[in-house]
Ligand binder design. Structure first.
Ligand code: S3P
Length: 172
């Protein structure tokens, strides 16, 4: 396998957890774009938003994707907003297959209930409403950005990972 496997999807859809497991199973390296940004800038995503705002974060996000344009044979988990710049998706697609982990708002809210405060875009008291609004704005962009859509609702991690492995094998 030369191609990268790129996971996209809303916050809390399981990109990082499933990406890590997938990489282990396929014996590939794992990269998480949010972690790369944090390591490179020595500051948390939350702090970047607080100090410099979303626009600046999106610039760092795009630079990170550009820096990955030559990498191969990696599983790459992306931040939920990666699809907001279609250049990001174009770059990622040059060397890889883009898989959307699609999830319902209820499932997302359940997954985020202990960690929503760390997500700058949904930190408010009515965070579930923020999730609903953001999902409505983005759903179509996620779907249009994906080569493959995997629904993750009600599925265990190993089921999701196995499903992705089957899809990848079929395409090889
Ligand atoms: C964002 C998602 C986050 C992180 C940032 C913005 C978004 O990543 O990149 O808070 O715009 O959806 P996760 O999807 O890993 O939570």
């Amino acid at each position: 396998m030369e191609q990268n496997i790129i996971l996209i999807g809303f916050m809390g859809s399981g990109k990082t957890t499933n990406g890590r497991r997938l990489a282990r199973k396929l014996n590939m390296d794992f990269i998480d774009t949010d972690s790369l940004i944090e390591e490179k800038n020595k500051i948390s995503i939350e702090e970047i938003f607080k100090r410099y705002g979303e626009k600046y974060f999106r610039k760092l996000e795009n630079e990170t994707i550009l820096s990955l344009s030559n990498c191969k044979n990696k599983v790459i988990s992306t931040g939920g907003g990666i699809i907001l710049n279609n250049r990001n998706i174009d770059i990622l697609k040059e060397n890889g297959i883009v898989i959307l982990l699609e999830s319902s708002v209820d499932n997302i809210c359940n997954n985020l209930k202990n960690s929503y405060k760390k997500r700058p875009l949904i930190q408010k008291k009515n965070w579930k409403e923020d999730v609903r609004i953001l999902m409505k704005e983005r759903k179509e962009i996620y779907e249009n950005s994906a080569d493959i859509i995997v629904n993750v609702d009600g599925k265990k991690h190993n089921q999701i990972v196995n499903e992705i492995c089957c899809i990848i094998k079929e395409r090889a």
